[in-house]
Design a binder for this molecule. Structure first.
Ligand code: GLV
Ligand code: MN
Ligand code: MN
Length: 426
């Protein structure tokens, strides 16, 4: 007999929790909540209160990942991990990350209240650095949990010159404790995450829930172009070494490369810093970023090589200097076949058809895949809008997603997973 669930009430509760979490922001008029800030602290505290209310024991690791533990058969039993993130981009929507944490807590609360016991424990995880918006790191909190945190991160600085190490200390944690955040791989069964789709596919299919097949690989580059500052009124056009015009041509080159790709590659120049940045001075130095993603790691690597070649050609023709450095690189991560199947069955139990789809967005599962098999449940986005305050998922869809997680847990009898990854190209 399945646990009885009031899907409408679960959805309404999820919506109320998301509003409460979404009100915790560094900026008064919109939602911005970066890693290891006082607002991250307040959000983590609120999540801890909800976890305790759901009957979970709460701990926190050295990077602020909040962990709600349910161990019906004792703390030494293997663990199923269910999580998402509570950091945001600047001027964010309220659902990206936060929704997955809220849905996991509500699912655990329903499972506990029904008196279900399992031969394994479940930990709900709320990570703090999925977006990579404060430091030039991405997924560092989940990397620590997966045991692949790079100590080199500690020396990196944010836009205010604060080092990662100092931010950890200011958050009240000890950087020396970061290695203790790692789970023992022998004790972990799998990592599951529910997340807003952030795209239009589920809406177009008329279905509330999807199951991902893989998370697209990504590369992030920082490109520094150097030219020569000069007077905007006196230096003839043919004698200029304008760093911005070189950078602009490079941005158009990466757009061209992505558009020519047959695997749906996407490329974004999201940041550009111009020096000296005066209306009447020819730009002497530009630093910009490229974010390049593809479901094919082979195509992505080829595109990187092509971009490097083109950027140097552009710089040479304009007599500019160019330095390209990669600061994030993650391969395409396939979702575990067995988990995909179990999630599909859970959705089918609710009378829906789960759409199987890849994720173009990055997720903590990319780091967690180093620790254990992963799988993700996608929840329909209104208009496919994300990284935008207009981001929205209906309470009804969220209620169904909680129910799907509950059905998944109910069906998950043994800490044994059959089969392998989806065999996606790497
Ligand atoms: C995270 O949202 C990312 O995909 O950049
Ligand atoms: Mn996210
Ligand atoms: Mn995001």
């Amino acid at each position: 007999m399945s646990i009885q669930l009031d899907i409408a009430a679960l959805g309404a509760r999820a919506a109320a929790m998301i509003e409460e979490l979404g009100a915790i922001s560094q900026t008064p008029d919109h939602l911005t909540r970066f890693f290891l800030t006082p607002e991250h602290r307040r959000a983590a505290d609120l999540v801890s209160v909800w976890m305790r209310d759901a009957g979970l024991d709460v701990t926190e690791d050295a990077l602020g990942t909040v962990r709600g533990h349910w161990h019906p058969t004792g703390p030494d039993a293997p663990r199923l991990l269910i999580g998402s993130h509570i950091d945001t981009v600047a001027n964010a929507g309220k659902y990206d990350g936060c929704m997955g944490v809220v849905l996991a807590i509500l699912a655990l609360k329903a499972v506990r209240s029904a008196g279900l016991t399992r031969p394994y424990g479940i930990d709900v995880l709320a990570f703090g650095d999925e977006e990579g918006t404060r430091f030039p790191t991405t997924l560092s909190a989940s990397q620590a949990v997966a045991g692949i945190f790079s100590p080199a991160y500690l020396a990196l600085t944010d836009d205010d010159g604060i080092s990662y190490r100092d931010a950890v200390i200011a958050y009240g944690k000890n950087p020396d404790d970061i290695p203790n955040a790692a789970y023992d791989p022998n004790k972990v069964i799998a990592y599951i995450e529910a997340h807003i789709e952030q795209g239009p596919v589920l809406e177009a299919e008329g279905e509330p829930l999807g199951v991902i097949s893989a998370i697209a690989g990504a590369s992030r580059l920082s490109i520094t172009v150097t030219g020569e500052a000069g007077h905007a009124g006196t230096v003839p056009m043919r004698m200029r070494h304008d760093a911005l015009l070189g950078a602009a041509e490079m941005a158009l080159a990466v757009e061209r490369i992505a558009k020519a790709d047959a695997h749906g590659m996407v490329a974004t120049v999201g940041r550009m810093h111009i020096e000296p940045g005066s209306v009447n001075v020819i730009p002497s130095r530009v630093v910009f970023t490229v974010d390049l993603r593809s479901g094919s790691d082979i195509s992505r690597r080829e595109a990187l090589t092509r971009f490097e070649r083109e950027a140097h050609k552009i710089a040479d023709l304009r007599h500019l200097g160019v330095v390209i450095s990669a600061f994030h690189e993650v391969a395409t991560v396939p979702a575990y076949r067995d988990i995909q199947l179990r999630l599909r069955n859970a959705v089918a139990d609710l009378g829906h058809r789960a759409i199987i789809m890849p994720s173009g967005a990055g997720h903590d599962g990319q780091a967690m895949a180093s620790l254990c098999p992963i799988g993700m449940l996608f929840v329909r986005s209104k208009g496919g809008i994300s990284h935008n305050p207009a981001e929205y998922t209906s309470p009804g869809d969220m209620g169904l997603a909680v129910a799907a997680l509950v059905r998944f847990i109910e069906r998950f009898q043994l800490p044994q997973l059959a089969g392998s990854t989806s065999g996606a190209e790497t």
